[in-house]
Design a binder for this molecule. Structure first.
Ligand SMILES: *Cc1c(COP(=O)(O)O)cnc(C)c1O
Length: 363
Protein backbone atom coordinates (compact mmCIF):
# COMPACT_ATOMS: atom_id res chain seq x y z
CA UNK A 1 0.00 0.00 0.00
CA UNK A 2 3.02 2.22 0.39
CA UNK A 3 3.92 4.16 -2.74
CA UNK A 4 6.10 7.03 -3.86
CA UNK A 5 3.34 9.56 -3.19
CA UNK A 6 3.18 8.62 0.46
CA UNK A 7 4.33 11.57 2.55
CA UNK A 8 2.74 10.54 5.84
CA UNK A 9 4.33 10.34 9.28
CA UNK A 10 5.49 6.73 8.85
CA UNK A 11 7.55 7.53 5.75
CA UNK A 12 8.83 10.73 7.27
CA UNK A 13 9.87 9.26 10.62
CA UNK A 14 10.24 5.59 9.76
CA UNK A 15 13.44 5.00 11.72
CA UNK A 16 11.85 6.30 14.94
CA UNK A 17 8.76 4.09 14.68
CA UNK A 18 8.18 0.37 15.31
CA UNK A 19 7.66 -0.54 11.64
CA UNK A 20 9.52 -2.88 9.33
CA UNK A 21 9.45 -3.87 5.67
CA UNK A 22 6.66 -6.27 6.65
CA UNK A 23 4.43 -3.38 7.74
CA UNK A 24 1.94 -2.36 5.03
CA UNK A 25 1.82 1.43 5.39
CA UNK A 26 -1.78 2.68 5.47
CA UNK A 27 -1.48 6.44 5.12
CA UNK A 28 -3.43 9.48 3.99
CA UNK A 29 -0.35 11.74 3.99
CA UNK A 30 -1.15 12.87 7.53
CA UNK A 31 1.18 15.08 9.57
CA UNK A 32 3.49 17.90 8.40
CA UNK A 33 0.88 20.32 9.73
CA UNK A 34 1.63 24.03 9.88
CA UNK A 35 3.36 25.59 12.88
CA UNK A 36 1.90 29.08 12.69
CA UNK A 37 3.59 32.03 14.40
CA UNK A 38 1.09 34.17 16.28
CA UNK A 39 2.20 37.78 16.68
CA UNK A 40 -0.85 38.55 18.78
CA UNK A 41 -0.39 35.71 21.24
CA UNK A 42 3.32 36.54 21.42
CA UNK A 43 2.60 40.13 22.39
CA UNK A 44 -0.02 38.97 24.90
CA UNK A 45 2.64 36.94 26.66
CA UNK A 46 5.05 39.87 26.36
CA UNK A 47 8.77 39.91 27.18
CA UNK A 48 10.29 38.52 24.00
CA UNK A 49 8.18 35.40 23.83
CA UNK A 50 7.41 33.68 20.54
CA UNK A 51 4.13 31.79 20.45
CA UNK A 52 3.38 29.23 17.75
CA UNK A 53 0.18 27.33 17.02
CA UNK A 54 0.51 23.75 15.77
CA UNK A 55 -2.60 23.45 13.64
CA UNK A 56 -3.55 19.79 13.76
CA UNK A 57 -6.97 20.48 12.25
CA UNK A 58 -5.28 20.28 8.84
CA UNK A 59 -4.77 16.52 9.07
CA UNK A 60 -6.73 14.38 6.55
CA UNK A 61 -9.72 13.78 8.84
CA UNK A 62 -9.35 17.09 10.62
CA UNK A 63 -7.60 16.15 13.86
CA UNK A 64 -4.28 14.89 15.27
CA UNK A 65 -5.85 11.43 15.67
CA UNK A 66 -4.66 10.64 12.11
CA UNK A 67 -1.02 10.51 13.27
CA UNK A 68 -1.78 7.68 15.66
CA UNK A 69 -4.25 5.99 13.37
CA UNK A 70 -1.85 5.52 10.46
CA UNK A 71 0.32 3.51 12.89
CA UNK A 72 -2.52 1.62 14.60
CA UNK A 73 -4.18 0.56 11.34
CA UNK A 74 -0.90 -0.30 9.60
CA UNK A 75 0.10 -2.54 12.53
CA UNK A 76 -3.40 -4.07 12.69
CA UNK A 77 -3.17 -5.00 9.00
CA UNK A 78 0.36 -6.34 9.51
CA UNK A 79 -1.03 -8.68 12.15
CA UNK A 80 -3.84 -9.77 9.87
CA UNK A 81 -6.71 -8.03 11.67
CA UNK A 82 -9.97 -7.98 9.75
CA UNK A 83 -11.79 -5.50 11.98
CA UNK A 84 -10.96 -2.66 14.34
CA UNK A 85 -13.00 -1.13 17.14
CA UNK A 86 -12.85 2.05 19.18
CA UNK A 87 -14.76 4.17 21.63
CA UNK A 88 -14.75 7.80 20.71
CA UNK A 89 -15.82 11.34 21.50
CA UNK A 90 -15.82 11.73 17.70
CA UNK A 91 -12.37 12.30 16.27
CA UNK A 92 -10.90 8.87 16.97
CA UNK A 93 -13.88 7.28 15.21
CA UNK A 94 -13.49 9.60 12.23
CA UNK A 95 -9.81 8.69 11.88
CA UNK A 96 -10.34 4.96 12.53
CA UNK A 97 -13.14 4.80 9.95
CA UNK A 98 -11.09 6.59 7.29
CA UNK A 99 -7.90 4.53 7.71
CA UNK A 100 -9.89 1.29 7.99
CA UNK A 101 -11.66 2.17 4.74
CA UNK A 102 -8.30 2.70 3.06
CA UNK A 103 -7.07 -0.65 4.40
CA UNK A 104 -10.24 -2.53 3.38
CA UNK A 105 -10.97 -3.72 6.90
CA UNK A 106 -14.13 -3.31 8.99
CA UNK A 107 -14.51 -0.62 11.62
CA UNK A 108 -16.89 -0.51 14.59
CA UNK A 109 -17.24 2.67 16.65
CA UNK A 110 -18.97 3.09 20.01
CA UNK A 111 -20.10 6.64 20.65
CA UNK A 112 -21.90 8.35 23.54
CA UNK A 113 -25.41 8.99 22.14
CA UNK A 114 -26.16 12.65 21.49
CA UNK A 115 -22.69 13.88 22.49
CA UNK A 116 -20.86 13.78 19.16
CA UNK A 117 -20.41 16.89 17.01
CA UNK A 118 -22.43 16.47 13.80
CA UNK A 119 -19.43 16.65 11.45
CA UNK A 120 -17.62 13.84 13.29
CA UNK A 121 -20.70 11.61 13.28
CA UNK A 122 -21.05 12.21 9.54
CA UNK A 123 -17.40 11.23 9.06
CA UNK A 124 -17.87 7.88 10.82
CA UNK A 125 -20.87 7.09 8.59
CA UNK A 126 -19.45 8.32 5.29
CA UNK A 127 -16.18 6.38 5.72
CA UNK A 128 -18.34 3.29 6.20
CA UNK A 129 -17.98 2.44 9.90
CA UNK A 130 -20.60 0.53 11.85
CA UNK A 131 -21.80 3.12 14.34
CA UNK A 132 -23.19 2.12 17.73
CA UNK A 133 -24.58 4.95 19.87
CA UNK A 134 -24.55 3.86 23.49
CA UNK A 135 -26.61 5.34 26.30
CA UNK A 136 -23.57 6.24 28.32
CA UNK A 137 -20.49 8.43 28.25
CA UNK A 138 -17.06 7.92 26.66
CA UNK A 139 -15.64 6.15 29.71
CA UNK A 140 -18.43 3.55 29.56
CA UNK A 141 -17.94 3.14 25.81
CA UNK A 142 -14.21 2.50 26.35
CA UNK A 143 -14.97 -0.11 29.02
CA UNK A 144 -17.18 -1.96 26.52
CA UNK A 145 -14.51 -1.72 23.83
CA UNK A 146 -11.92 -3.25 26.16
CA UNK A 147 -14.31 -6.19 26.71
CA UNK A 148 -15.14 -6.59 23.02
CA UNK A 149 -11.45 -6.45 22.09
CA UNK A 150 -10.37 -8.95 24.71
CA UNK A 151 -10.99 -12.11 22.66
CA UNK A 152 -9.12 -10.88 19.58
CA UNK A 153 -12.10 -10.55 17.23
CA UNK A 154 -11.49 -6.83 17.06
CA UNK A 155 -8.24 -4.88 17.22
CA UNK A 156 -8.65 -1.96 19.63
CA UNK A 157 -7.46 1.33 18.11
CA UNK A 158 -8.05 3.64 21.06
CA UNK A 159 -4.94 5.26 22.53
CA UNK A 160 -4.57 2.30 24.92
CA UNK A 161 -3.12 0.78 21.73
CA UNK A 162 0.57 1.73 22.08
CA UNK A 163 0.97 2.25 18.32
CA UNK A 164 -1.35 5.25 18.57
CA UNK A 165 1.05 6.95 20.98
CA UNK A 166 3.97 6.06 18.68
CA UNK A 167 2.32 7.78 15.73
CA UNK A 168 1.26 10.81 17.73
CA UNK A 169 4.76 11.48 19.06
CA UNK A 170 5.76 12.57 15.53
CA UNK A 171 4.14 15.96 16.22
CA UNK A 172 7.00 16.72 18.65
CA UNK A 173 9.53 15.69 16.00
CA UNK A 174 7.97 18.11 13.51
CA UNK A 175 8.08 20.97 16.01
CA UNK A 176 11.76 20.43 16.80
CA UNK A 177 12.60 19.94 13.11
CA UNK A 178 10.97 23.28 12.38
CA UNK A 179 12.25 25.36 15.34
CA UNK A 180 15.68 23.65 15.34
CA UNK A 181 15.21 23.26 19.10
CA UNK A 182 12.54 22.23 21.58
CA UNK A 183 10.12 24.93 22.76
CA UNK A 184 10.35 26.08 26.39
CA UNK A 185 6.68 25.46 27.06
CA UNK A 186 4.16 23.24 25.30
CA UNK A 187 0.45 23.73 25.99
CA UNK A 188 -2.27 21.33 24.90
CA UNK A 189 -5.81 20.22 25.77
CA UNK A 190 -6.09 17.01 27.78
CA UNK A 191 -8.93 14.50 27.53
CA UNK A 192 -7.98 10.84 27.55
CA UNK A 193 -4.37 12.07 27.97
CA UNK A 194 -2.88 10.03 25.11
CA UNK A 195 -1.61 13.12 23.32
CA UNK A 196 0.28 14.71 26.22
CA UNK A 197 1.83 11.27 26.81
CA UNK A 198 2.82 11.04 23.15
CA UNK A 199 4.27 14.55 22.88
CA UNK A 200 6.41 13.95 25.97
CA UNK A 201 7.66 10.66 24.52
CA UNK A 202 8.54 12.38 21.24
CA UNK A 203 10.36 15.25 22.91
CA UNK A 204 12.40 12.90 25.09
CA UNK A 205 13.32 10.59 22.20
CA UNK A 206 14.46 13.46 20.02
CA UNK A 207 16.56 14.88 22.84
CA UNK A 208 18.16 11.51 23.52
CA UNK A 209 19.47 11.37 19.96
CA UNK A 210 20.68 14.97 20.11
CA UNK A 211 18.05 16.61 17.89
CA UNK A 212 17.29 19.02 20.74
CA UNK A 213 19.34 20.14 23.72
CA UNK A 214 16.43 20.77 26.06
CA UNK A 215 12.93 19.61 26.90
CA UNK A 216 9.79 21.75 27.16
CA UNK A 217 7.60 22.06 30.22
CA UNK A 218 4.29 20.33 29.45
CA UNK A 219 1.17 22.25 30.46
CA UNK A 220 -2.21 20.56 29.98
CA UNK A 221 -5.67 22.10 30.21
CA UNK A 222 -8.83 20.18 30.99
CA UNK A 223 -12.38 21.53 30.81
CA UNK A 224 -13.55 22.60 34.27
CA UNK A 225 -16.46 20.10 34.25
CA UNK A 226 -14.24 17.22 33.08
CA UNK A 227 -11.02 17.61 35.00
CA UNK A 228 -10.13 14.31 36.69
CA UNK A 229 -6.35 14.79 36.50
CA UNK A 230 -6.59 18.31 37.91
CA UNK A 231 -8.78 17.14 40.81
CA UNK A 232 -6.95 13.88 41.29
CA UNK A 233 -10.05 11.73 41.12
CA UNK A 234 -12.40 10.17 38.54
CA UNK A 235 -15.27 12.43 37.44
CA UNK A 236 -18.39 10.23 37.17
CA UNK A 237 -20.45 12.58 35.03
CA UNK A 238 -18.05 14.73 33.01
CA UNK A 239 -19.66 17.74 31.33
CA UNK A 240 -18.31 20.32 28.90
CA UNK A 241 -19.20 21.90 25.59
CA UNK A 242 -15.75 20.71 24.43
CA UNK A 243 -16.98 17.18 23.69
CA UNK A 244 -13.57 15.90 22.52
CA UNK A 245 -12.25 16.27 26.08
CA UNK A 246 -15.44 15.22 27.89
CA UNK A 247 -13.70 12.37 29.69
CA UNK A 248 -13.89 11.51 33.39
CA UNK A 249 -11.40 8.65 33.66
CA UNK A 250 -8.47 9.13 31.24
CA UNK A 251 -6.83 5.94 29.94
CA UNK A 252 -3.37 7.57 29.90
CA UNK A 253 -3.72 9.26 33.30
CA UNK A 254 -0.32 8.01 34.41
CA UNK A 255 1.36 9.08 31.19
CA UNK A 256 0.01 12.57 31.74
CA UNK A 257 1.14 12.87 35.35
CA UNK A 258 4.58 11.55 34.40
CA UNK A 259 4.91 14.12 31.59
CA UNK A 260 3.82 16.93 33.90
CA UNK A 261 6.07 15.89 36.77
CA UNK A 262 9.18 15.05 34.74
CA UNK A 263 8.96 18.23 32.68
CA UNK A 264 8.17 20.54 35.59
CA UNK A 265 4.92 21.54 33.88
CA UNK A 266 1.37 21.51 35.16
CA UNK A 267 -2.29 20.68 34.70
CA UNK A 268 -5.08 23.22 35.05
CA UNK A 269 -8.65 23.92 34.01
CA UNK A 270 -10.53 26.37 31.80
CA UNK A 271 -14.28 26.99 31.85
CA UNK A 272 -16.57 26.43 28.85
CA UNK A 273 -16.99 30.18 28.64
CA UNK A 274 -13.22 30.71 28.44
CA UNK A 275 -13.00 27.94 25.81
CA UNK A 276 -15.66 29.50 23.58
CA UNK A 277 -14.14 32.94 23.94
CA UNK A 278 -10.71 31.61 22.96
CA UNK A 279 -12.20 29.70 20.00
CA UNK A 280 -13.75 32.88 18.68
CA UNK A 281 -10.66 34.96 19.43
CA UNK A 282 -8.32 32.62 17.55
CA UNK A 283 -10.59 32.62 14.49
CA UNK A 284 -11.30 36.35 14.47
CA UNK A 285 -7.79 37.52 15.40
CA UNK A 286 -5.54 34.96 13.71
CA UNK A 287 -7.75 33.26 11.10
CA UNK A 288 -7.41 29.85 12.72
CA UNK A 289 -10.71 28.03 13.22
CA UNK A 290 -10.51 25.18 15.71
CA UNK A 291 -13.06 23.07 17.53
CA UNK A 292 -13.92 23.96 21.15
CA UNK A 293 -11.67 21.29 22.75
CA UNK A 294 -8.70 22.63 20.79
CA UNK A 295 -9.32 26.15 22.03
CA UNK A 296 -8.64 24.96 25.60
CA UNK A 297 -4.90 25.44 25.03
CA UNK A 298 -5.40 29.03 23.87
CA UNK A 299 -7.86 29.69 26.70
CA UNK A 300 -5.31 28.29 29.12
CA UNK A 301 -2.50 30.54 27.90
CA UNK A 302 -4.80 33.56 28.11
CA UNK A 303 -5.82 32.62 31.63
CA UNK A 304 -2.18 32.35 32.74
CA UNK A 305 -1.23 35.60 31.08
CA UNK A 306 -4.06 37.48 32.79
CA UNK A 307 -3.14 36.15 36.22
CA UNK A 308 -0.56 37.90 38.33
CA UNK A 309 3.00 36.66 37.84
CA UNK A 310 3.00 35.29 41.37
CA UNK A 311 0.08 33.06 40.48
CA UNK A 312 1.85 31.56 37.49
CA UNK A 313 5.49 30.77 38.26
CA UNK A 314 5.37 28.55 35.19
CA UNK A 315 5.23 31.57 32.88
CA UNK A 316 7.37 33.78 35.07
CA UNK A 317 10.22 31.29 35.20
CA UNK A 318 10.45 30.95 31.43
CA UNK A 319 13.43 32.51 29.68
CA UNK A 320 12.94 36.05 28.35
CA UNK A 321 12.64 34.97 24.72
CA UNK A 322 10.67 31.83 25.48
CA UNK A 323 9.32 29.74 22.65
CA UNK A 324 5.81 28.53 23.42
CA UNK A 325 3.92 26.02 21.27
CA UNK A 326 0.17 25.50 21.55
CA UNK A 327 -1.36 22.43 19.94
CA UNK A 328 -4.78 23.11 18.50
CA UNK A 329 -6.02 19.60 18.05
CA UNK A 330 -8.98 19.64 15.67
CA UNK A 331 -10.71 21.57 12.89
CA UNK A 332 -13.53 23.99 13.68
CA UNK A 333 -15.59 22.76 10.71
CA UNK A 334 -16.36 19.53 12.53
CA UNK A 335 -18.88 21.27 14.70
CA UNK A 336 -21.53 23.05 12.60
CA UNK A 337 -23.64 23.82 15.68
CA UNK A 338 -21.10 26.43 16.76
CA UNK A 339 -23.03 29.37 15.22
CA UNK A 340 -25.94 28.65 17.57
CA UNK A 341 -23.64 28.40 20.58
CA UNK A 342 -21.94 31.68 19.76
CA UNK A 343 -25.23 33.33 18.83
CA UNK A 344 -24.05 34.39 15.37
CA UNK A 345 -26.71 35.85 13.13
CA UNK A 346 -26.46 37.24 9.62
CA UNK A 347 -27.62 40.75 8.85
CA UNK A 348 -30.75 40.54 6.69
CA UNK A 349 -31.53 42.55 3.61
CA UNK A 350 -33.72 42.53 0.55
CA UNK A 351 -31.94 41.80 -2.73
CA UNK A 352 -31.42 45.43 -3.65
CA UNK A 353 -28.52 47.81 -3.21
CA UNK A 354 -30.35 50.25 -0.90
CA UNK A 355 -31.31 47.48 1.56
CA UNK A 356 -27.78 46.04 1.63
CA UNK A 357 -26.27 49.51 2.05
CA UNK A 358 -28.73 50.26 4.86
CA UNK A 359 -27.90 47.13 6.94
CA UNK A 360 -24.18 47.84 6.40
CA UNK A 361 -24.68 51.43 7.51
CA UNK A 362 -22.93 52.78 4.39
CA UNK A 363 -25.79 54.72 2.74
C1 LIG B 1 -8.79 13.49 21.15
C2 LIG B 1 -8.85 14.95 21.20
C3 LIG B 1 -8.37 15.69 22.31
C4 LIG B 1 -7.85 15.03 23.54
O1 LIG B 1 -6.69 14.31 23.33
P1 LIG B 1 -6.29 13.15 24.36
O2 LIG B 1 -5.20 12.44 23.74
O3 LIG B 1 -7.54 12.31 24.54
O4 LIG B 1 -5.94 13.84 25.64
C5 LIG B 1 -8.40 17.06 22.25
N1 LIG B 1 -8.91 17.71 21.18
C6 LIG B 1 -9.38 17.05 20.11
C7 LIG B 1 -9.91 17.83 18.97
C8 LIG B 1 -9.37 15.66 20.09
O5 LIG B 1 -9.86 15.03 19.03
Amino acid sequence: MSNRHDRGVISRYRSYLPVSDATPVVSLNEGSTPLIYSAKLSSLVGREAEVYVKYEGLNPTGSFKDRGMTMAISKAVERGAKAVICASTGNTSAAAAAYAARANIACVVLLPAGKIAAGKLLQAFIYGAKVVAIEGNFDEALRLVRELGADGRFEIVNSINPFRIEGQKTASFEIIDELDEAPDLHILPVGNAGNITAYWKGYREYREIGKAGTLPKMLGFQAAGSAPIFWGHVVEKPETIATAIRIGNPASWEGATTAIKESGGGIDVVTDEEILQAQRWLAAEEGIFVEPASAASVAGLMKYVSQSEEATPLLKNLPLAAKIVLTVTGNGLKDPEAPTVHGFKALEAAADIQSVARVLGVN
